[in-house]
Design a protein around this ligand. Structure first.
Ligand code: NOJ
Ligand code: NOJ
Length: 573
């Protein structure tokens, strides 16, 4: 049963949970979240002893899970939040800490690690020891979002420094660090990567989107300080990234498929985090960059949120158009596969960002793509543009505000009375689980609270971007060459075939399934022309003496790229 909103603390399963209004939660939690971030930054953070200067620990938890490492992704997102506070004047005391972060990351860039050296791929290494030495254990590497996120954080600071008259420091100290990261992005974005959850090795929407953003703002910075030699290559790569970004859209499911591999539904907080981390208030509701109020981002948000309604016990009994607790992705089982604070806050933040833009532009647009999202709040609404003077605009924006607040209140309900934010809270009873004091959870509170207050930040150049004509063919009608490799041990006379959901894969027929070549046995292989930008399901089958054996469930699934070719590596299941 849902707890009513009383301005009091309520007792839930051994932990004091917080309930009340959004504003009362924000006023209590905001200083706690800020202190929580600062406690996890070395050398003097209260919970980060042993961390070098400017090093962000992911969490002080050292067992189950051991998060006493520094991740480039977490650190960069956390410092982006701090740099935003500094550059907007919300906290002018942070400059020394930001400079320490820059020095620390400059050191980490040069540390040789299992992904390589600074010039041979080492920038894609996901995490380091907190004394700035390499982590050499097995891990999902590389993770190519890190350099892009770090560049974005530093570019935000660099732009402020330039406006403040300190171009020399930018040119001599900050730009060389940014340039290494951006060259890595420009040179490697087309290679596969582990996703932000460190599990799926393919291409990933979040990674592609933050890479695109980093190059666009990198171009502007490079021009501003006369480092123009990189510009033309960055422009070419950014255009290609923007093309590729479109290919994650799944038109039949009305959502963004998070990864090109992984064999999951593809519904994932990855996509919501993308919307908030590439929000550019100057870009309105532009759809090519999936702005928070774009029809595709809103349609996606609904599908993502709905995927958690029935799987978490704590969400049961909540109306189908009200906020629920959300996690990384519905199939998640890591540390119990529970709701995550940072995922649930991200939903609220996307909605607050959308409200900022609708109010700023004085209208709201409903399209066939976003219709299902809006009909949750007003079943009779139809596609159209609604001016801020219309009752439809007021009804929808106030419902969206209530919906957004609801996600904050979900987290509030499961925030213990000391305000500590772990990584997850139990799907069955809401008690905090997994890593305690997750730095990224605290940072996600800071950014959603800022969005709730209507705070906006400088543009990164998303306004007016158009898809280059070179990619329009691939996104609509073209085909791409997809190579399927599957590792399968067979007996003599037994063969491996593929069949799947589209005509080119014989529409699940076993009698006309396509035979793979065993030239590289035990790898069986075939290259098939498949429609571009399309979600395709398939399975391998083995046929021996006319007997068909299917792979176990679920079906395998890929989303083909907009253009070019694609290689899928599988193991027989
Ligand atoms: C550790 C990663 O940090 C986490 O994201 C992942 O889910 C687990 N390993 C399981 O692969
Ligand atoms: C696991 C998360 O999946 C990953 O995104 C994060 O970087 C690490 N934990 C550290 O917080």
């Amino acid at each position: 049963m849902r707890l009513s909103l009383v301005s009091a603390f309520i007792y839930v399963c051994g932990a004091l949970a917080q309930s009340g209004s959004v504003s009362s939660y924000i006023s209590t939690e905001s200083p706690i979240a800020k202190a929580g971030v600062l406690a996890n930054i070395g050398p003097s953070g209260a919970k980060s002893s042993g961390a070098d200067s400017g090093i962000v620990i992911a969490s002080p938890s050292s067992t189950n899970p051991d998060y006493l490492y520094t991740w480039t992704r977490d650190s960069s997102l956390v410092f982006k939040a701090l740099i935003d506070q500094f550059t907007t004047g919300a906290d002018t005391s942070l400059r020394g800490l930001i400079d320490e972060f820059i020095s620390a990351e400059a050191i980490l860039q040069q540390v040789s690690n299992p992904s390589g050296t600074v010039s041979t791929g080492g920038l894609g290494e996901p995490k380091f020891n907190i004394d700035e030495t390499a982590f050499t254990g097995a891990w999902g590497r590389p993770q190519r979002d890190g350099p892009a996120l770090r560049a974005t954080a530093m570019i935000t600071y660099a732009n402020w420094l330039i406006a403040d008259g300190n171009t020399t420091f930018v040119t001599n100290t900050v730009w060389p660090i940014i340039e290494l990261d951006l060259n890595y992005v420009a040179g490697n974005w087309n290679q596969t990567t582990f996703d932000l959850w460190e599990e799926v090795d393919s291409s990933s929407f979040f990674t592609t989107a933050v890479q695109h953003r980093s190059l666009r703002e990198g171009i502007t910075l490079a021009n501003a300080i006369g480092q123009t030699s990189v510009v033309s290559n960055f422009e070419t790569q950014a255009d290609d990234l923007l093309c590729f970004l479109q290919s994650y859209w799944n038109p039949s499911g009305n959502y963004i498929t998070a990864n090109t591999g992984g064999g999951r539904s593809g519904k994932d907080a990855n996509t919501v985090l993308t919307s908030i981390h590439t929000f550019d208030p100057a870009a309105g509701c532009d759809v090519v960059t999936f702005q928070p109020c774009s029809d595709k981002a809103l349609a996606n948000l609904k599908v993502y949120v709905d995927s958690f309604r029935s799987i978490y016990a704590i969400n049961s009994g909540i109306a189908s158009n009200a906020a629920v607790a959300t996690g990384r992705y519905p199939e998640d089982s890591y540390q119990g596969g529970n709701p995550w604070y940072l995922a649930t806050f991200a939903v609220a933040e996307q909605l607050y960002d959308a409200l900022i833009v609708w109010n700023q532009q004085g209208e709201l647009n409903v399209t066939s793509t976003s219709l299902a999202f809006f009909q949750q709040f007003l079943p009779s609404v139809t596609a159209g543009t609604y001016a801020s003077s219309s009752s439809t605009f007021s009804t929808l924006t106030s419902a969206v505000k209530t919906f957004a607040d609801g996600f904050v209140l979900e987290n509030a309900q499961y925030t213990p009375s000391d305000g500590g934010l772990a990584e997850q809270y139990s799907r069955s009873n809401g008690t905090p689980v997994s890593a305690v004091d997750l730095t990224w959870s605290y940072a996600s509170a800071l950014t959603v609270f800022a969005a709730e207050a209507g705070t906006t930040f400088a543009s990164w150049g998303a306004a007016g971007l158009e898809l280059p004509s070179t990619c329009s063919a691939g996104t609509s009608s073209g085909t791409v060459a997809v190579t399927f490799n599957v590792n399968a041990t067979t007996v003599w006379g037994e063969n491996i075939y593929i069949t799947g959901s589209v005509p080119a894969l014989q529409e699940w027929s076993t009698s006309t399934a396509l035979l793979l070549s065993s030239a590289d046995y035990p790898i069986w292989s075939i290259t098939v022309d498949l429609p571009a930008s399309t979600q395709v399901q398939y399975k391998y089958i083995r046929i021996y003496n006319g007997q068909v054996t299917w792979e176990s469930d679920p079906n395998d699934e890929i989303t083909t790229p907009a253009s070019g070719s694609y290689i899928e590596n599988d193991t027989w299941r």
